[in-house]
Design a protein around this ligand. Structure first.
Ligand code: SAM
Length: 205
């Protein structure tokens, strides 16, 4: 997975590559999908949600530019796989998931794997986690109709927000860097994520 799907597609951050080589992705999917856990695609994790494609996890993580001392907020815990990578690469990871059953499952596996620097919350992540802000990095792993101001203003100065933005079934990945009261926005690749459902995201169907 690391050689063929990541290094070959120019994921260069050595710490990201090492973390993804180390973390047992198959443990984050059900028995039915374990044989395909390292394939180049997202997989179902129940509740109508998915574990993201390895390349997208690597690209989004690399965009945060983590060095090890950061406090990071993740919106969309899902299986907990991306959470594990963030926990390996930063000081503390705060993760928010709107579906309680997914939070519980992720919490259990991440506890079994021995992580002690992850803090979980079940609720609407479009509001961020104001009590724990500011964050050096924020990663949103579901597609938003636009970039929520709530999240931008929970960034520390110099902090980065990575978020897929666009119509419900096709988005573009954005990186927003905070410089004081300015927010510098960069676009990267096209992507497809499940919808970010909440007060500052999509409404429920
Ligand atoms: N990072 C995950 C992983 O590695 O498995 C991928 C998660 S999946 C692509 C997106 C997740 O975002 C889903 O679990 C979904 O329930 C969650 N989600 C959607 N809207 C949300 C919101 N407003 N707040 C928190 N989580 C949300």
């Amino acid at each position: 997975m690391v050689e063929e799907q990541l290094r070959r597609r120019e994921i260069l951050d050595q710490r990201v590559l090492e973390a993804m080589a180390r973390i047992p992705r198959h443990q984050f999917v059900s028995a039915d999908y374990q044989s395909g856990a390292y394939d180049d695609r997202p997989l179902p994790i129940g509740e109508g949600q998915t574990i993201s494609q390895p390349y997208m996890v690597a690209l989004m993580t690399e965009s945060l530019g983590l060095k090890g001392a950061e406090r990071v907020l993740e919106i969309g815990t899902g299986s907990g796989y991306q959470t594990a990578i963030l926990a390996e690469l930063s000081r503390a990871t705060f993760t928010v998931e709107r579906i309680a059953a997914l939070t519980r499952k992720a919490q259990q596996i991440l506890h079994e794997l021995g992580y002690e620097n992850i803090f979980f919350f079940t609720g609407d992540g479009t509001k961020g986690w104001p009590e724990k802000a500011p964050f050096d990095g924020i990663i949103v792993t579901a597609g938003a109709p636009e970039i929520p101001d709530t999240l931008k203003y929970q960034l520390a100065d110099g902090g980065r927000l990575v978020i897929p933005v666009g119509p419900r079934y096709s988005q573009t990945l954005y990186k927003v860097t905070r410089k004081g009261e300015q927010f510098i926005q960069e676009e990267s690749t096209g992507c497809v994520f499940v919808p970010l459902v909440g007060d500052f995201g999509w409404g429920k169907e």
